[in-house]
Write a protein that binds this ligand. Structure first.
Ligand code: NDP
Length: 455
């Protein structure tokens, strides 16, 4: 009999935690998992899933307008009911919470509801109950930050956004990353007057430069006002309620009035109060757990995956990290985590999809590169007279002909890029792209028909 209560105790029931617990349980390990909130973590409850459902909702606005060019007449003005959307979204999320519970039950994982703290290298305490474990996995995720500015308590974060009681008439969104452009697009599509304020001059600055530039043009065409090289200096309002009109003072001297001020200014790992430092675990300045290639912290029996290690804050990455941990602890241990060629999509309107190196990175790492670029009106936007244009770009190593980066702004960019990510993983060359037959008529076929480099 083992000297421990569990082989693995996972703290956090989000993407990474549930994945590790499930697969460890299925491999025959005795697994405990602590979760203080709803199962599914950020992705299921206040991230990917509700965001994408709301993005679908926001797209209808344009679909109704597009329909006329295709011969449809809508009798009466379509109207939007925020509370119906939120209630339906909440019902779907409750369903997903149940599925997560069933997955854990099916893998014989013991679920402990409550906030867990780490007492030492092999002991966890959940609401006063102590458990010992051979391995402890910290998968506690992160939370959105608010910048330290006067009146920041009057603003909300993405966590609050999903539970607003009503659709705001006017919103100011601060930030230029994933969450800022996604939530600004959703609000704009649903009918809110949106101003996006960003302290630099290019959205999505960690991606290929052309993506942020094209996206900004398209967002502006849809009616979002973009204010670059500025930030929020202070917010004032008579009270903090959702309905109160806030005066938003910008650093460029402008003042905006809005019911909603949304901070999309980054996320911080959830390690506060977990007792990790006391147990000897080294944390970064922002609270992230420092781990090695095997996801072990400075205390080898305490591991960590997902947003809490602050490497790449994406659900599929947390899942992959969890699988590496389970394979090592309870399997053959052959898996290693690679952070190259991670495809990602931003569900702004239009969507952004990207995999591989940006042009800038490719020039730095590979020297001479060829750039193929196209910008066109997709077929669907002809009859509708929708002015949205699609952008695509390939970055190719001139020496080896390997495709290093595939980038897109346009409808369903995430769906398109997923397949090209496989090609990049296989080391596909531009010649192989060229010899691939296109699917006609699609937008994606442009990726295999671009022949003349622009740079
Ligand atoms: P990001 O790091 O992507 O963006 C944060 C933005 O806020 C940046 O533009 C940053 O500016 C700006 N900012 C930071 N601090 C301040 C400040 N004090 N004042 C003004 N602006 C500030 O974070 P997000 O919150 O958008 O998202 C967090 C992570 O979650 C993402 O990086 C991604 O990994 C993940 N995510 C993934 C999604 C998806 O897969 N579709 C969707 C949503 C989130 P600057 O550029 O100057 O640093």
């Amino acid at each position: 009999m083992s000297q421990y209560d569990y082989d693995l105790f996972t703290i956090g029931g989000g993407s990474g935690g549930v994945r590790a617990a499930r697969f460890a349980g299925q491999a025959g390990a005795r697994v405990g998992l602590a979760e203080k909130g709803d199962l599914g973590g950020t992705c299921v409850n206040v991230g990917c899933i509700p965001k994408k459902l709301m993005s679908y909702s926001a797209h209808f606005h344009e679909d109704f307008a597009d329909a006329a060019g295709y011969g449809w007449t809508l009798h009466g003005q379509p109207t939007f009911d925020w509370s119906a959307l939120i209630a339906n979204k909440d019902r779907e999320i409750a369903h997903l919470n149940d599925i997560y519970q069933r997955l854990l039950d099916g893998a014989n994982v013991s679920l402990h509801r409550g906030f867990a703290t780490v007492e030492d290298a092999h002991t966890v305490s959940v609401e006063g109950k102590r458990f010992t474990a051979r391995h402890i996995l910290v998968a506690t995720g992160g939370h959105p930050d608010k910048p330290q500015i006067p009146g920041s308590e009057l603003g909300i974060t993405s966590d609050d956004f999903f539970h607003l009681k009503g659709l705001p008439k006017r919103a100011v969104v601060l930030g230029g990353g994933y969450i800022a452009v996604e939530l600004a697009s959703i609000l704009n599509g649903l009918g809110t007057e949106v101003t996006l304020v960003y302290r630099r001059e290019r959205l999505l600055r960690n991606m290929d430069a052309d993506l942020g530039i094209h996206l900004a043009d398209e967002m502006a065409k849809k009616g979002i006002r973009l204010v670059f090289d500025a930030s929020i200096a202070a917010i004032e309002a008579p009270h903090a309620g959702e309905d109160s009109v806030k005066q938003v003072r910008l650093t460029n001297g402008e003042t905006l009035a809005a019911e909603c001020v949304l901070f999309a200014t980054g996320r911080t790992p959830n390690t506060r109060g977990l007792g990790l430092e006391k147990a000897g675990v080294t944390l970064k300045d922002n609270g992230a757990v420092v781990v090695n290639e095997q996801f072990e912290s400075s205390v080898a029996s305490i591991l960590a995956v997902g947003d809490v290690i602050d490497r790449v804050a994406l659900t599929p990455v947390a899942l992959a990290e969890a699988m590496v941990v389970v394979a090592r602890l309870f399997g053959k241990g052959e898996r290693v985590m690679s952070y190259r060629n991670i495809p990602t999509a931003v569900f702004s309107h239009p969507n952004v999809g990207t995999v591989g190196l940006t042009e800038e990175q490719a020039r730095r790492e590979h020297g001479e590169v060829k750039i193929f670029r196209t910008d066109f009106k997709p077929l669907k936007n002809t009859l509708s007279r929708n002015t949205e244009r699609t952008f695509m770009k390939l970055v190719v190593d001139s020496r080896t002909d390997r495709v290093l980066g595939v980038h897109m702004v346009g409808s369903d960019a995430g769906e398109v890029i997923q397949g090209f990510a496989v090609a990049l993983q296989c080391g596909a060359t531009k010649a192989q792209f060229d010899s691939t037959i296109g699917i006609h008529p699609t937008s994606a076929e442009e990726f295999v028909t671009m022949r003349t480099p622009v740079a």
